[in-house]
Design a binder for this molecule. Structure first.
Ligand SMILES: NC(=O)N[C@@H](CC(=O)O)C(=O)O
Ligand SMILES: [Zn+2]
Ligand SMILES: [Zn+2]
Length: 427
């Protein structure tokens, strides 16, 4: 085990927002001591003057693509991308080939991560239904036993209400969260590729209506009501969905929601033209929806931020917009984008942003949380809030270069990530 002293880091109290300078002694995977002028004889010393030391980031929604789509991403490349983004834990969705729908498949992800991963913890999310085809429930008890932290058919919505209801009953018994990609296929038209709104109209493209999402959110909240299940809405994107989650929370229901950086920062009016780099599911919605997401994140209706990192190859993303796959990458740009465009603009405080990328996802999914606190596990991210750099997809560790944020100049880049007291990445 590495033992080291991190000198002169800036620490932040997430409750008060107050910051102070301190040294950290890291040993046996833990933060052993926090204080001023800590002595450091015979052990590694790193000077972090001017840098922020925060709990390592947690991303509850990413796509690692292995097994089956290694040309898009592997557990090795995806977890390296995560480390560079300041993430210490990432939950990976089951839409691989084969789908993560058996205990063996869950164990395999964990095994590959142990052997080939960057050191970031991978939390597998297993499927709700076999092959995510919506017809037959998976063995949730076995999946949980193997290490799955939740179930989801992400990539598609669970179309049948009876299937969702059965899944919620079972998941509730096992205390497994049901993580829902909300999309009603009855409301989709062939080739739908952008939000059904002004942009779709202008370019004559088939649109994805807001209700395709919201109708599932409403349905699922009703279905979940008497099961007691932890029901979590993936990549929430519409004003109506936010309203439904807010009402359910007000009634005391165990409902949580995540929002992506791209839905917080972009709307369909920002799409410069017909370009698959702006194609993701759910699509960028209206300016009004985007505002509702920001309000929802501020008032706690939306619990936390997740990237939905969805790498695809350059050739797939070069296709016609109706043929190209949905999805953009997010791990390596999430923090600086949100710091620059939500914190520096005054929408959120720095402590609020960090809370929504660390402590809140950990609380909601009952995950261990590290941080620069005596006795905590040394899962840390070090951020240089002053470093300003232009986003260059060619510099990504991810195989996926598909981002609409290329060329954006942003501040607040991670410079070091530690998991269990081990430096897993350093700039
Ligand atoms: N979000 C996306 O646009 N794409 C995801 C699937 C998903 O999250 O629904 C993918 O797997 O590529
Ligand atoms: Zn999804
Ligand atoms: Zn996803």
């Amino acid at each position: 085990m590495e033992t080291m002293v991190l000198k002169n880091g800036r620490l932040l109290d997430l409750d008060t927002g107050e910051s102070f300078t301190a040294d950290l002694i890291i040993a046996d995977g833990k933060v052993k001591q926090v204080g001023r002028g800590l002595s450091a004889e015979g052990i590694q010393v790193r000077d972090l003057s001017g840098k922020l030391v925060i709990p390592g980031l947690i991303d509850m929604h990413i796509h690692l693509r292995e097994p089956g789509f290694e040309e898009k991403e592997t557990i090795a490349t995806g977890t390296r991308a995560a480390a560079r983004g300041g993430f210490v834990s990432v939950a990976c969705m089951p839409n691989t080939k084969p789908v993560t729908d058996t205990p063996e498949a869950v164990r395999r992800i964990l095994e590959i991560n142990r052997k080939e991963g960057s050191g970031v913890r991978v939390l597998p999310i297993a499927a709700i239904t076999r092959e995510s085809s919506g017809e037959e429930l998976t063995d949730m008890a076995g999946l949980k036993e193997a290490g799955a932290v939740a179930v989801s058919d992400d990539g598609v919505g669970v179309q049948r209400a009876d299937m969702m209801k059965q899944a919620m009953r079972k998941a509730s018994e096992l205390d497994l969260p049901v993580v829902a990609h909300c999309e009603e296929e009855d409301l989709l038209v062939p080739g739908a590729c952008v939000h059904d709104g002004a942009f779709a109209q202008q370019y004559g493209l088939p649109g994805i209506p807001a209700e395709a999402e919201s109708i599932h959110v409403g349905r699922d909240i009703l279905l979940a009501e008497d099961t007691g299940v932890h029901y979590h809405v993936c990549h929430i994107s519409t004003e109506a969905s936010v309203r439904l989650v807010r009402e359910a929370k007000e009634r005391g229901q165990r409902v949580t929601a995540e929002v992506t950086p791209h839905h917080l920062l972009l709307c369909d009016a920002d799409i410069p033209g017909v370009d698959p780099m702006y194609k993701m599911n759910p699509p960028l919605r209206s300016a009004n929806d985007r505002q509702a997401l920001i309000e929802g994140l501020k008032d706690g209706t939306i619990d936390f931020i997740a990237t939905d990192h969805a790498p695809h190859t350059a050739s797939e993303k070069a296709k016609d917009i109706q043929e190209a796959p949905f999805g953009i990458v997010g791990l390596e740009t999430a923090f600086p984008l949100l710091y620059t465009h939500l914190v520096l603009t005054g929408e959120l405080t720095l402590a609020q942003l960090i809370d929504r990328m660390t402590r809140i996802p950990a609380q909601r999914f009952e995950l261990p949380l590290g941080g620069p606190v005596e006795g905590s596990s040394a899962d840390l991210a070090v951020i240089d809030l002053d470093e300003e750099r232009t986003i260059d997809p060619e510099s990504f560790a991810s195989k996926g270069k598909n981002t609409p944020f290329a060329g954006w100049k942003v501040k607040g880049w991670p410079v070091m990530t530690l998991v269990d007291g081990k430096v897993i990445w350093e700039k």
